[in-house]
Each structure stands twice: as C-alpha cells, then as structure tokens.
Write a protein that binds this ligand. Structure first.
Ligand SMILES: Nc1ncnc2c1ncn2[C@@H]1O[C@H](COP(=O)(O)OP(=O)(O)OP(=O)(O)O)[C@@H](O)[C@H]1O
Ligand SMILES: [Mg+2]
Length: 310
C-alpha cells in the first residue's frame, strides 16, 4: 500500500457511529477508501492486543493488525471509549514519537478530560467556570454527608470516568446520597458531587448546550432539553436535541466552550455546558458523538482534513 493511505483507528466494538462519518469524510477528501483498523488491537492488556506499530522514519508508521499491513503518514484516531483510553496510551505515545500526522496522540490532554476530577482541578487552575465540586473516594457516610451539606444539599453525583449519562444521579436528600455512595462503591469507582446548576427553562425543563470546538473555533452547537428535571440532560437519557447556528447560542457560551477546550489542550472536543449560574461547564468529551448529516460537514471533514498535507 502506498504511504498515502489514510488510517482510521477506532474501537470497532463501539456503536456510536462516528467511525462511519469519519470514513465518509476521508473518502470525500482523498477520493480513496481509508484503511480502517480496530483500535482494540493496539490496547495493552486486552486479549485482542495483537497489533504492531513501528516508526519507519520521515513521519511515517507501519501498522499491522489482523494480517493487514499499512504504512502511512496520517492516522485519524476517534471513538475510543473513556474506559479504554489508559490502555490506548502506549499506542498514542508510539504514534507521537513517530512524527505521523495525528490529532489523537496527547495522552495527558485525554486523561485530563476523561477523569472528571482532573478536569475540575484543571478548570480551577485556569479559571474555567464550573459548579463547585467535591471528589469522593469510598467516603464514610459522615464524610459524604459533610460534602453534601457543604455544597448546599442539592447536587449531581457522577462517576469520575463515565459516558452517556450513565450512573449519574440528582441527589437532594440523604437516602439518595447513601444510595449513590453504595452504587459507586459497588462499581469500585471514585465519584464527584457538584452543586446543581439550576439550568431550567422558563417552563421548568432542564436545558443545556453541546458545543463542538475544533482548532479553537466552535463548529457545531446543539441545545438539549430534558423534561425530567432529575435526569441527565443528555440525548441517551431522553433529552431532545436541536441543532443551532453558532450565533444562536446565548452570549459567551461559544467562548466558554473554546476556553474549556484550550484549558485541557484538546484539538477537538464536545463541551457540555449551561448558560445559567453565570455560564458553567459540566464536562468535555474527547470524542463527541455526532450525526451523519451535518456532522460530516461540521466535524468529520475538517477533522480529517487537518491530517492531510495541504
Ligand atoms: N451540577 C450539575 N447541575 C445540573 N446538571 C448536571 C450537573 N452535573 C451533571 N449534570 C447533568 O448530568 C449530565 C451527565 O454528566 P456528564 O456530562 O459529566 O456525564 P457523561 O456520562 O460524560 O455524559 P455525556 O454522554 O454527555 O458525555 C450532564 O450533561 C448534565 O445534564
Ligand atoms: Mg461525557
């Protein structure tokens, strides 16, 4: 294969669908089929870790997996689920050391975004507005109750590493707090509690924004509205979603998303944030999911293009 083959490295067990959008963008931009490799072959500690990766000089790498061998100067990395990122770090380091074109090789930036306790620490350092948050690690009931009281008794609990709004709870009394504590202890997970952002519409529904930032610019904006005030305002948890023009966002929201992305050092990110409480960031997603229609034009095509020689 020629060194101009573009490699698309994603977790093929993921069902999010962004891999296909990236492939569409790659075909459109290069006129060729990208070489799609399963990132699980390059994850240390996984049974499927049979891939090989080797720098061959001059900004190129040789990747070998499932009997396929490709030498390339551009590797698009996407759709690596949060829990698998530590196992993928070794591959990222090899890619970075090889000098291959890739926007997915910054282990530290991924870790800071993926581990939400680290995200909050970074935001505090850089002055990125967020709700007051306390990290808990198998707390005693007294320690959990004390943190809960300190934040005002109306908080959201979430695991330090998670996705899809799973294992996220609105906690407003001590029974819910104890249930959340048991839940995270059973999962063996550290967790965070943060003061409720009061992100309500005039008619009492939750709402928030997802802004995707690429290369310091907001490229996509979506508003989520959740009728259940106790459920995460997240499409997977039943929120509706409306695509907005960037200039339809409330004042300062695009700038806040850009600030959060820059603070974490990510080239691309999907930032979840609310305009209430002065404008606050909930979290930053390393590989935001997006739809095929607008998502290819807004995200996948410019992301893939950034990997190609101009
Ligand atoms: N302090 C808060 N106030 C109000 N809502 C909150 C707060 N913290 C979290 N939430 C809600 O819980 C949701 C899930 O939290 P978070 O985004 O950290 O989890 P996730 O599992 O990574 O979700 P995603 O699928 O969006 O990446 C937030 O998007 C928001 O709707
Ligand atoms: Mg997330």
């Amino acid at each position: 294969m020629s060194r101009r083959d573009l490699v698309l490295l994603t977790d093929h067990s993921s069902t999010e669908g962004t891999r296909e959008a990236m492939a569409v963008a790659a075909r459109r931009l290069t006129g060729r089929e990208p070489v799609q490799l399963d990132a699980r072959h390059f994850m240390t500690g996984s049974a499927a870790c049979t891939g090989r990766i080797e720098a061959v000089g001059d900004g190129t790498v040789r990747l070998e997996a499932e009997g396929r061998v490709v030498t390339t100067d551009a590797v698009v990395v996407y759709e690596i689920p949060p829990h698998w990122r530590p196992a993928f770090a070794h591959c990222q380091r090899l890619l970075r050391a090889s000098g291959v074109r890739s926007l997915g090789t910054d282990v530290e930036a991924w870790r800071t975004a993926t581990e939400k306790d680290r995200t909050v620490e970074r935001f505090t350092r850089d002055g990125v507005p967020h709700m007051p948050t306390i990290t808990l690690s198998r707390p005693t009931p007294e320690a959990a109750a004390e943190a809960f009281a300190r934040l005002g008794g109306d908080v959201w609990a979430r695991p330090c590493v998670g996705m899809g709004g799973n294992d996220v709870f609105h906690v407003t009394d001590h029974a819910q707090l104890a249930a959340a504590a048991r839940h995270y202890a059973d999962l063996g997970q550290d967790w965070l509690i943060a003061r409720d952002a009061r992100n309500f519409t005039a008619d009492g529904r939750r709402h928030q924004y997802r802004v995707v930032v690429l290369d310091g610019r907001a490229v996509r904006a979506v508003e989520h509205v959740q009728p259940d005030p106790d459920a995460p305002c997240n499409e997977c948890q039943g929120a509706s979603s409306t695509t907005l023009e960037i200039d339809e966002l409330p004042p300062g929201i695009a700038e806040l998303a850009i600030l959060a992305t820059k603070s974490l050092g990510l080239p691309l990110a999907g930032v979840d944030l609310a305009a209430e409480s002065g404008g606050v960031v909930f979290e930053v997603n390393v590989h935001p999911a997006f739809g095929r229609t607008l998502g290819v034009d807004q995200i996948a095509a410019p992301y893939v293009a950034a990997h190609l020689h101009s």
